[in-house]
Design a protein around this ligand. Structure first.
Ligand code: PLP
Length: 448
C-alpha cells in the first residue's frame, strides 16, 4: 500500500504526446471533456487497462474509478469479454445485415428489462435518445417534449440545453427557466419545442404540462441525475412523473444510458419499479464497445417501421459489440445477482469511507451516490437535491484540484465535478483502502 502511495508521477511521455496531438486534433483529442478543460496543461495518455487498473504511457498505474464513463461494468479486459471479442472478430467484425447475435442480446434485454417489448440497436447514447425523441413525436404527432434542468442526454441539438452549471443569476425564475443552449451552432429553432423544467419537483412538472396541454409528446428524464454530480430522485418522484405522463397521455422516455445494466441488471426501472414507454441504453450495454439500444412498448416502437419514424445506421447492432454485450450481460446476471451484490458492497465501503474521512478531517464535502454511481461534492450543504442547488453551492474548482492530486497517488477518476465515479465488478476492498489512504494524504496536506 505504502509503495503504491509514494509513486512519484513522471508524465513526460504524456506531455510529449500532447505536444504532438494538439497540432493534429482539437484540444489534442476527440472530445473536449478529455482535454485541457478537465486536465489542465495536458491529459494523461492511457495505454492499457486490466481489471480495476489503468496504465499510462509513462508506466504509471492507477486505480480507475472512471471506467470509461461507465462503459465498463466488469472493469478492463474481463476475460469473458476478451474471449467473446476475439472469437467474434476472427469470424468477421460487422456485416450490416440481420444477425442471430442481435436476437440473442435482444432476448436477454427483454428478460432483464420487462418494459423492453421491442428492441432496436444503435451505437451511442446520443443516437438512441435522439431516436427516442423522434419516435415519441412521430408516434404521438405532438411537437414538444419536456427536458429537465441539469440533465444531459447527449449532444443532439433538441436537448442540448441547460445541462451545464451556470451562475444562478442567469437561470431565470424556477417556474419558468431561461433555456441556456450548451453549444453554439445549434439549429436556430432546435429549442423551440423543448420545455425546460426543474427536476425533483412534481409541482413544477404539473404546471408545465398544464401550460402546454395537448402539445407534449414526451417527458424525457434521467433516472438518477448523473451529469450534475449524482443527485438521486426524491422519494416517489419518478413514480409521480410516470403517473402524470400516463394521466396526460404523454410518453415517458427514461434515459438509462448511464444507469442501464449498472445500478441493477434492470437499471433504474428495476430499482425504482418503473414502466417507461421508451428507454434508451448505451455505455454499459456494450462493455466498452459502442452498443446502444432504444427499447419500449411494442405499439410505440412499431412506429419505427419503414415509412414511419426513420432510424438507420451502418454500424447499428455492431456484431462484435453485441458479442461483448452478451458476455457482459451473462456475467452481470448469473449466480443470482452476485455481481451487483459485490459491486454495491464495494461502493458502500468507498462511499462510507470517504464520508468518515471528510468528517474526521473536517473537510466540507459530501458523497452522493446510488450504489456504484457516486460523486464527491465540495459543499457546506448536507445534501444537494437539484440543479440550482448544485450551481449555487458546489465548489467545482476545488474538486478538480483534489482529483489532480489524487492522480499523483495512483488514483484516477473524472476531474469534472459534474460527472461521477463508478464502481465496477473489478474493484476490490484493497482498491478502496488505497483510494482512502490517498484521499487522506491529499486532504491532510491541505493542497486544496
Ligand atoms: N444520456 C445520458 C444520461 C448520458 O449521461 C450520456 C453521456 O454521458 C448520454 C446520454 C450520451 O451518451 P453517448 O456519450 O454515448 O452519446
Amino acid at each position: 500500500l505504502e509503495a503504491f502511495l509514494i509513486m512519484s508521477l513522471n508524465t513526460q511521455k504524456s506531455k510529449e504526446l500532447f505536444e504532438r496531438s494538439r497540432g493534429l486534433m482539437i484540444e489534442g483529442g476527440s472530445s473536449s471533456s478529455r482535454g485541457p478543460v478537465n486536465y489542465g496543461a495536458y491529459p494523461l495518455f492511457m495505454q492499457r487497462g486490466q481489471g480495476s487498473r489503468i496504465y499510462d504511457v509513462d508506466g504509471n498505474s492507477y486505480i480507475d474509478w472512471l471506467m470509461s464513463y461507465g462503459a465498463l461494468p466488469l472493469g478492463h479486459a474481463h476475460p469473458r469479454v476478451v474471449e467473446a471479442l476475439c472469437q467474434a472478430a476472427a469470424s468477421g467484425s460487422h456485416f450490416a445485415t440481420a444477425t442471430d447475435i442481435e436476437i440473442e442480446v435482444a432476448e436477454m434485454i427483454q428478460r432483464i428489462v420487462p418494459s423492453a417489448e421491442r428492441v432496436r440497436f444503435a451505437n451511442t447514447g446520443t443516437e438512441a435518445t435522439m431516436a427516442a425523441v423522434r419516435l415519441a413525436r412521430g408516434y404521438t404527432g405532438k411537437p414538444k417534449f419536456i427536458k429537465f434542468e441539469g440533465h444531459y442526454h447527449g449532444w443532439y441539438d433538441d436537448y442540448l440545453v441547460s445541462s451545464n452549471p451556470q451562475p444562478l443569476t442567469t437561470l431565470g425564475h424556477r417556474n419558468d427557466p431561461i433555456k441556456i443552449p450548451d453549444s453554439s451552432g445549434l439549429n436556430r429553432h432546435a429549442l423551440d419545442d423543448t420545455i425546460v423544467v426543474p427536476w425533483n419537483d412534481l409541482g413544477a412538472l404539473e404546471r408545465a404540462i398544464d401550460t402546454y396541454r395537448g402539445q407534449i409528446a414526451a417527458i424525457l428524464s434521467e433516472g438518477i441525475m448523473a451529469n450534475m454530480g449524482i443527485i438521486p430522485p426524491a422519494e416517489g418522484y419518478l413514480q409521480g412523473l410516470q403517473e402524470l405522463a400516463r394521466k396526460h397521455n404523454i410518453l415517458f422516455i427514461l434515459d438509462e444510458t448511464v444507469t442501464g445494466f449498472r445500478i441493477a441488471a434492470g437499471g433504474c426501472q428495476q430499482y425504482y419499479q418503473l414502466q417507461p414507454d421508451i428507454t434508451t441504453f448505451g455505455k454499459a450495454l456494450g462493455a466498452g464497445l459502442p452498443v446502444a439500444g432504444i427499447v419500449g412498448r411494442a405499439e410505440v416502437m412499431e412506429a419505427l417501421s419503414w415509412g414511419g419514424v426513420l432510424h438507420y445506421g451502418t454500424q447499428n447492432a455492431s456484431r462484435i459489440g453485441l458479442h461483448a454485450a452478451r458476455a457482459s450481460l451473462q456475467v452481470l446476471t448469473e449466480d443470482d445477482g452476485a455481481a451487483f451484490h459485490q459491486i454495491w458492497r464495494i461502493a458502500d465501503l468507498l462511499c462510507n469511507g470517504l464520508r468518515e474521512l471528510f468528517k474526521e478531517l473536517g473537510v466540507a464535502a459530501i458523497v452522493q451516490n446510488v450504489g456504484p454511481m457516486l460523486q464527491i461534492l465540495f459543499t457546506e450543504r448536507p445534501a444537494i437535491s437539484d440543479y440550482r442547488e448544485y450551481c449555487q453551492y458546489v465548489d467545482r474548482p476545488r474538486y478538480q484540484r483534489f482529483i489532480w492530486e489524487l492522480f499523483k497517488h495512483g488514483v484516477y477518476t473524472t476531474p469534472s465535478a459534474t460527472l461521477h465515479s463508478i464502481v465496477s465488478l473489478a474493484h476490490s476492498e484493497q482498491d478502496v483502502e488505497i483510494t482512502l489512504a490517498a484521499a487522506r494524504k491529499v486532504l491532510a496536506h491541505g493542497t486544496n
